[in-house]
Design a protein around this ligand. Structure first.
Ligand code: ZN
Length: 196
């Protein structure tokens, strides 16, 4: 639900009512949109990391999410959107190739049988198997359930008659706003940065 509290009420931490105190642990994992100094969206990170960036003076909070972090005697509003203070050159399609990012791109969905599964129940499949010269690249790795992974084995897609439901692509924020929109579905504050 969108908070109806006026955002302007930033001054001090006088929120003694504690209306938004729902476990800090959960709140620290909330996704935060990271903007470049130019306001271009460049990443999504967990609130915990966003706070570190803000406290280090690397980024500033652009939008808050209405939750508080209570640490010691300090209450800090958790960011929903942060912006880097110094512009960083982000080479196109340079996002780290990682299991996490591949699963994010593929929305935790097996790209062969279209089953959505928890991360722990998915593996990465080389579309062209490594044994056949396939590389570990954005274009050759897809999220895959264990059963499809076993079934496909060392076969090429046409040999196994198993083709990824969507052609795997490099994950960059320009081509994947829909993913960010899904992640930020409960957060209207992301919208103005993602849809321009
Ligand atoms: Zn599958």
């Amino acid at each position: 639900m969108r908070s109806h509290l006026p955002l302007a009420m930033l001054a001090s931490g006088t929120h003694s009512s504690g209306t938004h105190s729902e476990g800090d642990g959960h709140a620290l994992h909330q996704p935060v949109l990271v903007l470049n100094a130019s306001y271009e969206p460049i990443n999504v990170c967990a609130a915990r990391r966003a706070i570190v960036l803000v406290l280090k003076g690397v980024a500033m909070t652009e939008e808050e999410n209405g939750h508080f972090l209570h640490a010691a005697r300090v209450a800090m509003r958790l960011p929903s959107v942060i912006r880097l203070l110094e512009y960083r050159r982000i080479p196109h399609q340079s996002r780290a190739l990682s299991r996490k990012n591949i699963l994010l791109r593929d929305r935790n969905t097996c790209q062969y049988c279209s089953t959505a599964l928890p991360s722990g129940e998915l593996t990465l499949d080389h579309v062209i198997p490594r044994s056949r010269g396939g590389l570990s690249t954005w274009e050759n790795l897809v999220a895959c359930c264990h059963s499809c992974n076993r079934r496909k084995g060392n076969q090429l897609p046409h040999e196994a008659n198993m083709k990824p439901t969507r052609e795997p692509r490099s994950f960059n924020l320009h081509t994947s706003r829909h993913i960010m929109r899904l992640m930020g579905h409960s957060d209207d504050k992301w919208r103005k940065y993602l849809f321009y």
